[in-house]
Design a protein around this ligand. Structure first.
Ligand code: NIG
Ligand code: FE
Length: 404
C-alpha cells in the first residue's frame, strides 16, 4: 500500500492513551513515541513507526513534536463586533452581570448579529477560523445564542453550517437560544416556550442544545422543564453552569444526564464531586477566568475525584477574547491545577468526546483522522511554558497542511 503522505523526522509523537472519555488519573498518562514517522492514507493515520514506507508526499518535520490537532469544544462563533469598551468598564469596577443587566454584554452582540447580513457574519468568522488553524486547532464548536429570535438564531446556525463546508476545520454547532432573556417576553417561561416552538428547524442543523444556567439569567428551576423537553425531543444537553455564582447548574447537569457542564468557576466542592462521580464532562475554560479577573475552576479536584475534564477557549467578544490553546493550556496548568499531560488529554480526546467525535478525533492512532499539530519544542512538557512563542510550525487536517 502506498501512503498519500509521510510526516518524517518527528522527535515525539504524543497522544492520550485511549479515546475520550478519559477519567481522573488516566488523563495524565500520555503515550509518547520517540523519533518516529506518521503515515497518512485517505485522510487517516495509516502508519506510526520508525520505518519510512513509500509515500506520494513527504512532510518534513525534523525535530518537531506531533500532537493531535486541538479540539476546541466550546466557543461562541459566529459573532461579530468588538466589546473592548466593556473590558475597560470592568477594570473600572463594573461587573459582567451589571453590564448585561443594563442592556450591554450579550445584548450588544445580539444587536450586532441581528443587524449583520449572513455574508458579513460568514466572512467575519472565516477570518476567526483561519487564525485558529494557525494555532493548531482542527475542530471547533460554535453556537447560536446571539440571535434570541427564530430568524437570527437560525441565521447563526446556517452560517456555522456554511463555515463547516467552506474551509478545512470541522465546525460543530450547538443551539444556545437560551443564552439571555430578551425583555420583549412576559417572563422567562414564555421565552423558553417560544424557543421550543422552532426546535424542529434547529434540528436540521444540530442535535445539541445549551443554556446559560446562572443566577439572574436562567436559574435551575427555570431551566429544568425546558431542558427536559429538549431531551424528550432527542437533543443532547450541555450547560453553562456555575460560571459566576454557585447557583445549582452543575448539579442540574448531573440530574439531567447532560453531556457537559461548562465553566464551573464558582462551583462548590459538593457540586464538583457530584460531577466527578458522573458521566458529565467538566469543560473548563480558564481564558474566561483570566479575561473577567475571576477565580479558576478546580481542575485538580475534579481529576483527584476521577472526573472527566475537557478544555475549551470560550472564545467570544465579551467574556473571553482568547482562542489560542497555548494560552488556555498555560492557564489550565498554572491556575486550574492540571498537569501538562492532563491538559493535553483535556484539549484532545476529552473535548472530542464532548462533541461525539471520540472515535475519529483526539488521538494519534492508526485509523484516526490525520488531524495533527506539529510543534517546535524540545518536548511536549514545554507546552505551557511556551505561552506566547510561535511554536505551531504546521497544522495538518486530514493529511493536508492547512496552516504553517
Ligand atoms: O460563556 N456566559 C455566557 N456566555 C458567554 C459569554 C457571552 C458574551 O459575553 O457574549 C460565556 O462566558
Ligand atoms: Fe460560553
Amino acid at each position: 500500500m502506498e501512503l498519500d503522505a509521510l510526516i518524517v523526522g518527528l522527535k515525539e509523537i504524543v497522544s492520550p492513551i485511549h479515546k475520550g472519555p478519559v477519567r481522573g488519573k488516566e488523563m495524565g498518562m500520555l503515550r509518547v513515541i520517540k523519533r518516529a514517522n506518521i503515515g497518512i492514507k485517505d485522510g487517516k493515520i495509516a502508519y506510526i513507526g520508525t520505518e519510512k514506507p513509500p509515500a506520494l508526499r513527504k512532510i518534513q518535520a525534523k525535530g518537531l513534536i506531533a500532537l493531535p490537532g486541538f479540539v476546541d469544544c466550546h466557543t461562541h462563533i459566529p459573532f461579530i463586533g468588538n466589546r473592548s469598551s466593556e473590558f475597560l468598564m470592568r477594570l473600572e469596577g463594573k461587573s459582567y452581570m451589571e453590564i448585561m443587566e443594563n442592556g450591554g454584554g450579550i445584548f450588544s452582540t445580539v444587536e450586532a448579529v441581528r443587524k449583520a447580513s449572513e455574508t458579513e457574519l460568514f466572512q467575519y468568522n472565516m477570518k476567526n477560523l483561519v487564525e485558529m488553524a494557525h494555532c493548531g486547532i482542527t475542530t471547533v464548536e460554535g453556537k447560536s445564542g446571539y440571535g434570541l429570535d427564530e430568524k437570527s438564531e437560525l441565521k447563526q446556525l446556517r452560517v456555522l453550517n456554511r463555515l463547516n463546508k467552506s474551509q478545512p476545520i470541522d465546525v460543530i454547532s450547538t443551539f444556545l437560544g437560551a443564552h439571555a432573556f430578551p425583555h420583549n417576553y412576559r417572563d422567562k417561561r414564555e421565552y423558553l416556550e417560544y424557543l421550543l416552538g422552532f426546535t424542529d428547524k434547529v434540528k436540521e442543523y444540530t442535535d445539541t442544545a445549551d443554556i446559560f444556567c446562572e443566577k439572574g439569567v436562567f436559574e435551575p428551576d427555570e431551566s429544568r422543564r425546558f431542558l427536559k423537553e429538549l431531551v424528550k425531543q432527542g437533543f443532547r444537553i450541555r450547560m453553562h453552569a456555575d460560571e459566576l455564582v454557585n447557583s445549582g447548574g452543575g448539579k442540574l447537569a448531573v440530574e439531567l444526564g447532560a453531556v457537559s457542564a461548562d465553566h464551573l468557576i464558582a462551583a462548590d466542592e459538593v457540586t464538583l464531586e457530584t460531577i466527578a462521580n458522573s458521566d458529565v464532562t467538566a469543560v473548563l475554560m480558564p481564558g474566561t477566568s483570566f479575561f473577567l479577573k475571576e477565580k479558576y475552576a478546580r481542575g485538580d479536584f475534579l481529576v483527584e475525584h476521577n472526573g472527566i475534564v475537557a478544555l475549551g477557549s470560550d472564545f467570544n467578544p465579551g467574556s473571553c477574547n482568547i482562542y489560542n490553546p497555548q494560552i488556555v493550556i498555560h492557564l489550565a496548568v498554572s491556575r486550574n491545577g492540571l498537569s501538562v499531560e492532563e491538559a493535553i488529554t483535556a484539549y484532545t480526546a476529552n473535548s472530542a468526546h464532548v462533541l461525539s467525535m471520540a472515535d475519529s478525533k483526539g488521538l494519534l492512532e492508526i485509523g484516526y483522522d490525520a488531524d495533527i499539530a506539529l510543534l517546535d519544542m524540545d518536548s511536549y512538557i514545554d507546552l505551557p511554558y511556551m505561552f506566547s512563542r510561535k511554536i505551531v510550525t504546521a497544522t495538518i487536517k486530514k493529511g493536508r497542511v492547512i496552516a504553517g
